[in-house]
Ligand binder design. Sequence first.
Ligand SMILES: O=P(O)(O)OC[C@H]1O[C@H](OP(=O)(O)OP(=O)(O)O)[C@H](O)[C@@H]1O
Ligand SMILES: Nc1ncnc2[nH]cnc12
Length: 181
Amino acid sequence: MAAGGESKLQLLRSHIRAFPDFPKKGIVFRDICPILKDAAVLKAVIDLFEEHVRNSHQHVDLIVGLDARGFLFGPLLAQRLGVGFVLVRKKGKLPGPTVSVAYDLEYGKAEAEMQADAVAPGQKVLLIDDLLATGGTLKAACDLMRKMQAEVLGCMVVIELKELNGIDKVQPHNVFSLVQY
Ligand SMILES: O=P(O)(O)OC[C@H]1O[C@H](OP(=O)(O)OP(=O)(O)O)[C@H](O)[C@@H]1O
Ligand SMILES: Nc1ncnc2[nH]cnc12
């Protein structure tokens, strides 16, 4: 990690709030809103992601963001890297021909969908979201990428909830996280 990386991580950690029993009893909700409210903290997050990508991947075609909180970080990172951004959305939000995959959440069920022309076969993509919990969402997005014959270089999240072992569900793909609980 480059000089200053540790203090950026400390800054980031101090801007994540925990809300017990939201949205259901037993869930500790990790709230990223304070990161977004502070320009310096949001910049630090994108700096850390950018450093990771530049150190780990020679060539990236697209950043793929997951609905909805992946959209808060993905376009900023894509701009930094000078590449495009595409959306994986919850079902029923995208016009035109789509490809979809069903998945389970820590607190519900959903279906991930993307436009059929969003990613071309062989394109090298990096997936981004705010948080890895059970890994169902990222796995569904990786499955979508496989359907589209794209090459998943890896996944990135701000927060990983380690006790839920989401990383196991997403393998063989790598998940890079900035903060772990
Ligand atoms: O690892 P998993 O168990 O799949 O959970 C992680 C996902 O859950 C949250 O999104 P949510 O579906 O609640 O939607 P939102 O981003 O629209 O709030 C979070 O932003 C991740 O996308
Ligand atoms: N514990 C959690 N906090 C915030 N977002 C989540 N998405 C799934 N689990 C979550």
